[in-house]
Design a protein around this ligand. Structure first.
Ligand code: CO
Length: 524
């Protein structure tokens, strides 16, 4: 009887949470104002040798004139630029003036239906289905070839002025992209490409989904000139957000999903709401050689060179949005990825602010080993704590890494908002955690190496000139207690220390997606 009572009591006591839901929700309020100022409210000291610009992208507008969006991924892209120079920091934010943003702000109401359920035709499948698409430019931001580009995976980038963040218009990469052609939001910089005598190159992809999907791989030189472009067919419908590279391969995880377009075609649901996750189906892993051997074979529909024989692997891996990194080791390609055991469907009319974290599967970090000789794949769990937004030293892109930095939950078990930054040493198994709980909510941590040799002419090099963790982690932290955001600078060597500096902004920045760091100082 005694134990029965104890059990009953335990079941009725709510779990102790590291966060407060009302506080978390406020980080999804729109930031409608555009600012430009020197940050003067600072705890600690900005390292004088931290020199360059942190660009971040994410949905800045979560409502149109009070009419709430149904999903944050439908929010208009807003860029933040934080320039660090001689121990000072300058902040600027501006919305990307996409065609949809300009039209909706002028009309004062929602004119487009978002991919994730926010009204009207549109969506990332709109190319294939020939529906109107709102390119919201909200996922990542990259400085490459002298251009600052806001990326959204279903259409072409928007080019911005890196000094003022003024929108210059759609950018088709000097004719590489056709009007409306997709260009993913997850490029990699290979710091020393073995096809280009060790020069850095930019590697990115696009997906054309359908009954059979097409993966196109792009590589660009430091001036932004196209070096290589080749396309590959993969069976089935492909939902692929991110990829990874090694020195010789590009690796794609084709998630186990199915797509039923009928509710979308009939205007009842957004395209994203028609994708269903099938936990019984395996993930297809596609490994494409970056060196296209079959150049000259033409795909009639796209006039692209087709490279033969990508390798395919199959494993039950759940759902993957993001990869930390990949590298080659003997006969194997090793890839570290954040996997979800299940992915709930985006429900019609459900408010994302009411997400019940405790009922959802957490993202966890796994290591996959693909044996290219035996064509087998194995996986092991690297980190069970709920985590997302992995990042490695830029010199380690496509190369064997020791450290992974990620956003993580405060608690070691269960699913919760990201309130901490975790550092994982994959060699020793050591962990370090810096937590902003209970009132702080973190974003993707961006690692900036301390050594000036880490960059040459503005591009990453493979020159470590120091330990792999010798640098800073830059992350935006929403502080629900003060309803503002901080730029937090952590010493990546030791996350147990207090932050090197906390830069208090004059306002909040809604939860963002991805960003990048360039050693050039822009926008002071
Ligand atoms: Co992403």
């Amino acid at each position: 009887m005694q134990s029965f009572q104890l059990n009953e009591r335990a079941a009725t006591v709510p779990p102790v949470l590291s966060y407060d839901r009302k506080g978390w929700q406020k980080g999804y309020n729109s930031l409608k104002e555009e600012h430009s100022y020197w940050i003067d409210d600072i705890e600690g000291t900005i390292p004088p040798d931290l020199h360059g610009t942190l660009f971040r992208n994410g949905p800045g507008m979560l409502d149109v004139n009070g009419q709430s969006l149904q999903h944050p991924f439908d929010g208009d892209g807003m860029i933040c630029a934080i320039a660090f120079d001689n121990g000072r920091a300058h902040f600027r934010n501006r919305f990307v003036r996409t065609e949809g943003y300009v039209a909706e702000q002028a009309a004062g109401r929602i004119l487009y239906r978002g991919v994730f359920g926010t009204q009207k035709p549109g969506g990332w499948l709109a190319n294939a289905l020939d529906f109107r698409l709102k390119n919201i430019a909200n996922t990542n931001i990259l400085y490459w070839g002298g251009k600052l580009l806001a990326l959204w995976e279903a259409a072409e980038p928007h080019r911005l002025d890196p000094e003022t963040l003024e929108t210059l218009g759609l950018d088709r990469l000097d004719g590489v992209l056709q009007p409306g052609e997709a260009f993913a939001a997850h490029p990699w910089i290979d710091p020393a490409c073995n096809q280009d005598e060790g020069a850095p190159c930019l590697v990115n992809f696009s997906i054309k989904p359908g009954l059979s999907s097409t993966i196109t791989l792009f590589e660009f030189d430091p001036d932004g000139k196209l070096l290589r472009k080749h396309a590959h067919a993969t069976p089935g419908f492909a939902f692929i957000h991110d990829f990874a590279i090694t020195e010789n391969y590009a690796i794609f995880f084709q998630n186990p999903v199915s797509f039923n377009p009928l509710p979308f075609l009939f205007g009842k649901r957004g395209a994203g709401e028609c994708i269903t996750f099938d936990p019984e189906k395996p993930t297809q892993i596609v490994v494409i050689p970056r060196k296209a051997k079959g150049l000259g074979i033409k795909d009639k529909s796209s006039d692209l060179a087709l490279s033969p024989e990508p390798l395919a692997f199959e494993i039950h891996a759940g759902f993957v949005f993001h990869h930390a990194n990949a590298f080659e080791q003997g006969d194997e390609v090793v890839i570290d990825s954040v996997c979800y055991g299940s992915l709930p469907a985006v429900e019609a009319n459900a408010d994302f602010r009411e997400t019940d974290f405790e009922t959802l599967a957490p993202g966890q970090l796994w290591r996959f080993r693909l044996n290219l000789t035996t064509q087998t794949v194995e996986r092991e769990l690297l980190e069970r704590r709920c985590c997302e937004f992995p990042y490695v030293h830029p010199a380690k892109a496509g190369r064997s890494h020791r450290y992974i930095f990620m956003g993580a939950a405060h608690a070691p078990e269960g699913n919760a908002p990201l309130q901490a930054i975790i550092k994982i040493d994959v060699e020793s198994g050591d962990r370090q955690l810096w937590s902003a709980a209970p009132q702080g909510y973190v974003s993707e941590p961006i690692f900036v190496p301390r050594s000036p040799a880490a960059f040459k002419n503005g591009f990453p090099t493979t020159d470590m000139a120091g330990a792999e963790d010798d640098g800073w982690l830059l992350t935006l932290v929403y502080d629900a207690a003060h309803e503002r955001s901080d730029v937090v600078i952590l010493d990546a060597r030791d996350l147990n220390r207090e932050p090197v500096a906390r830069l208090h902004l004059k306002h909040h920045v809604p939860y963002g997606l991805h960003g990048s760091f360039t050693p050039q100082v822009f926008g002071e």
